[in-house]
Design a protein around this ligand. Sequence first.
Ligand code: GAP
Length: 450
Amino acid sequence: MEKLEKIINLAERRGFVFKSYEIYGGVGGFYDFGPLGVLLKNKIKELWLKDILNMPNIYLIETPIIGPRVLYEASGHIENFYDRLVECKSCHKRFREDHLLKGEYGEIEIKDNKALCPLCKGELTEARNFNLMFKTFVGPVEELASESYLRPETAQGIFVNFKNILNSMRAKLPFGIAQIGKSFRNEITPKNFIFRIREFEQMEIEFFVRPEEDEIWFNFWVEKRFKWYTDILGIKKENLVKHIQSEDELAHYAKKAIDIYYRFPFKEDEIEGIANRTDYDLKRHMEFSKEDLTYFDEKTKTKLIPYVIEPSAGVERILFALLCDAYDEDEVPNEKGKLEKRTVLRFKPAIAPVQVAVFPLLSNRKPLIEKAKEVFGIINNSSIIVIYDETGSIGKRYRRQDEIGTPFCITIDFQTLEDNTVTVRDRDTTKQERISINEILDYLKDKLKI
Ligand code: GAP
């Protein structure tokens, strides 16, 4: 099995990710997140929030998913947010023109000046624009006035709150407004597991700056965000790439953008984009809403329209990158000392969805079970994410935890009943240490760096 297949298989088997509506055959581009997937997504969001909210000038908000047509006329999404779609006249499979041109389906055959379908060699249609936004109507009447869209980015909810934050928080430049929430894109070809999906979560910051300081803050955010992936999430530096967007890659609102790419097993691709959106959005919303969205600069006693630097990351893509980065196979001794193959997710301890597992050595000895539940209770009362497991041999239980990346397994054995110590097994070294139950919380917090 290829590495990618193994990762997807593990993710589905162990409760990270499931295909949505699978019992009805599934719907392309939609995924459910199981218990471990949710824990991991929560960790990603928690660590993102922790990292940005320790800056003094970032304000977190939450805005609706559905927005009126006028919002997306102003933002330029109705006019510009499309992909070029090509369809096979024979098998009716649809493709993104840019994916065909980039060679993602191999070399495209041309016959009688017509491009042929890479799958069935049928004739392809001319490319046409396909808007990626999901359309809906607010209220019972389906008319232009009630036409609305599911947001394709959380950013627009932020821009329309610019004045509210200025007034309510007395914000001073430079400052940021941040939001975490679902976004929707009717992707033509959702693919590569959870890489390109139709419903996903974004973590975005619109950072408002004086126009002349845009370069400084752009560089600041590129560096800060890159460091977050390596130092906080523990992603290997060699698997990350800074990609400078070319002129034809830039979104309609951007003057400059640098993407952070992860080297996925299928190809290196974007997990986060940092864009200089200039004053494009505030200007457009001023024009369409007729509201004054300028900033009064106390220093110069003049009005200005701030520029915006936007770091925008996708939670599911980061989760996918974390799974790929952590996935490993090695050999470790089993209970009889014989080397055995194992699959292990080497998450940095602070990011692991489950941080500690507690086992009684045997599942048919009441004193061991009682003590193990007591230890579980002590840890569970802290902020550490802990599970209890008494099924199967100890070796099997270790393997199960290795496979989901649990950094520490605690076993309650007969010695525990005598001296109140437990064994703590390290996922990566498989070495065990004996620690007193009285010291277990401090020991774990130190190891988990929390
Ligand atoms: N507000 C700017 C913006 O939305 P983007 O580069 O289109 O910029 C930002 O998206 C991030 O959102 C991407 O880096 C990616 O992580 C995530 N994202 C975008 N489209 C996605 C999709 N179809 N599936 C999963 N994640 C997606």
